[in-house]
Design a protein around this ligand. Structure first.
Ligand SMILES: NC(=O)c1ccc[n+]([C@@H]2O[C@H](COP(=O)([O-])OP(=O)(O)OC[C@H]3O[C@@H](n4cnc5c(N)ncnc54)[C@H](OP(=O)(O)O)[C@@H]3O)[C@@H](O)[C@H]2O)c1
Length: 331
């Protein structure tokens, strides 16, 4: 198959198209023929070698978590999916498998969700990592009640990114009142997503803005940007509230010290990294929210797979609005 591979870690220039062996699905796995691959900041961090703490790199190596495409081959024992199904998945990249910047990728069947008929591949490919991370950080680990967060004061630091654009909408859909930070250029965008208090971090004092909006303190705060960009979050959250950081690998500070400080202040201090085992039902639920109009897809920028290096350069600026997607094949 063709793939965008790396043979060493480094800058965007290490990405190159090549022919590699087509992977075979093992028991319980499916092979997906990929139409579109979603781009996440984890991709450029991975390309630079930052995921070496999780496993050693073996080259050639294919980057990319998110994929949407067609089921191409079933491994032994797979039920509920059939060759030709339109699906989307975070693939088995997080488990060390080759990723989605390729003609095909392997995924455990319980990580593969069927696409609603009205969703396009570039839309579905934008969903897995960003939506699962936001969902788990809000509901599964963040303690917000998915069916009744009514009246809760929720703030998302980094509302204009891929993760943030979904997080603000999930919180709104659950009934919360939502504030979010962004730069001046994204204020109207976040207002259009229903954010009640958009805080322009370039012109406003975040602490003053939050204190005025939520005088008793936030019920929930998510930091999806990095510790150096936020005033002490513990000062913004009420006693008994929750402060979730999404680990970034580049700006996380001292996590054990932060957890201890949270405990000392009576704040539920959480560090929430995405898990994708068995994620197919959650992905299906999220796709249905999109189809039903409860959640809007963020702006999508679609580039050909051959321009993966350019997508990485853009992602590395840290200021992409919404999501980028690579078109791998016309299926
Ligand atoms: N650990 C995990 O499981 C996991 C999973 C997913 C993502 N992540 C990490 O979470 C972070 C966010 O991911 P993402 O996909 O949303 O990234 P992204 O799409 O690249 O989002 C970047 C966004 O951050 C905003 N931003 C930059 N500086 C800011 C600041 N000082 N204050 C407020 N907003 C700021 C930008 O908005 P403006 O242009 O308006 O500044 C931009 O829209 C990344 O570091 C990613 O690696 C971790």
């Amino acid at each position: 198959m063709f793939a965008m591979i790396i043979e060493e870690t480094g800058g965007p220039e290490v990405l190159k198209m090549a022919e590699v062996a087509t992977p075979e699905p093992g028991p319980g796995q499916v092979r997906v023929r990929i139409a579109c691959a979603g781009v996440n900041p984890a991709d450029w961090k991975n390309r630079q070698g930052m995921l070496a703490m999780y496993r050693p790199y073996v080259f050639p190596y294919v980057i990319g978590f998110d994929a949407a495409g067609l089921v191409d081959k079933l491994g032994p024992g797979v039920t509920g999916l059939a060759v030709g199904d339109r699906v989307f998945t975070p693939t088995n990249h997080g488990q060390g498998g080759w990723g989605s910047y390729a003609e095909c990728a392997i995924a455990d069947a319980d990580r593969v969700a069927k696409m609603p008929a009205t969703l396009r591949y570039e839309q579905a490919a934008a969903l897995p990592v960003a939506t699962l991370t936001a969902w788990q950080a809000l509901f599964d680990r963040g303690g917000l009640d998915v069916s009744n967060a009514s009246g809760k004061r929720v703030m998302i630091h980094g509302g204009a990114g891929g993760l943030g654009g979904f997080a603000v909408q999930f919180a709104r859909w659950a009934g919360a009142r939502v504030a979010a930070t962004c730069s001046t250029a994204n204020v109207e965008y976040l207002q259009s997503l229903g954010v009640e208090r958009v805080i322009d971090y370039r012109s406003e004092d975040i602490t003053a803005a939050v204190t005025a909006w939520a005088p008793g303190g936030l019920d929930y705060l998510m930091d999806a940007v990095g510790v150096s960009t936020l005033p002490n979050g513990l000062d913004l959250v009420r006693t008994g509230g929750t402060f979730v950081s999404i680990p970034t690998l580049v700006d996380d500070g001292d996590i054990p010290a932060a957890a201890a400080a949270g405990a000392a202040r009576g704040v539920n201090r959480v560090f929430s990294t995405m898990t994708d085992a068995g994620c197919a039902p959650t992905l299906a639920q999220i796709a249905q929210l999109v189809v039903d109009g409860h959640v809007r897809l963020p702006p999508l920028r679609v580039l050909p797979l051959a321009e993966a290096a350019e997508a990485h350069r853009l992602s590395q600026t840290g200021h992409v609005r919404g999501k980028m997607v690579l078109r791998v094949a016309d299926l």
